[in-house]
Design a protein around this ligand. Structure first.
Ligand code: SF4
Ligand code: SF4
Length: 66
């Protein structure tokens, strides 16, 4: 079994751009509002097929690899 992708560990690592949400072919990601009104992606384990497209499209991960 592949591991579920980790989109962010700390909120600073996510700007809520929704790119991951948009690209997910299984609609496994939903944007969930935190107490301060910012939206963060949440992965539904039962839908995720671990294709990691969400990680590939995330501007924060791209920055780190460059
Ligand atoms: S790994 Fe693939 S299926 Fe899972 S949340 Fe990311 S884009 Fe969606
Ligand atoms: S693509 Fe990255 S920065 Fe954008 S909402 Fe998803 S995890 Fe956050």
């Amino acid at each position: 079994m592949k591991e579920l992708p980790v989109l962010y560990k700390r909120k600073e690592e996510c700007c809520g751009c929704t790119a991951c949400y948009s690209i997910c072919p299984k609609a496994a990601i939903s944007m969930v509002e935190d107490g301060e009104g910012f939206e963060y992606p949440q992965i539904d384990e039962s839908k995720c097929i671990c294709c990691y497209q969400c990680l590939k499209v995330c501007p924060f991960k791209i920055e780190k690899e460059a």
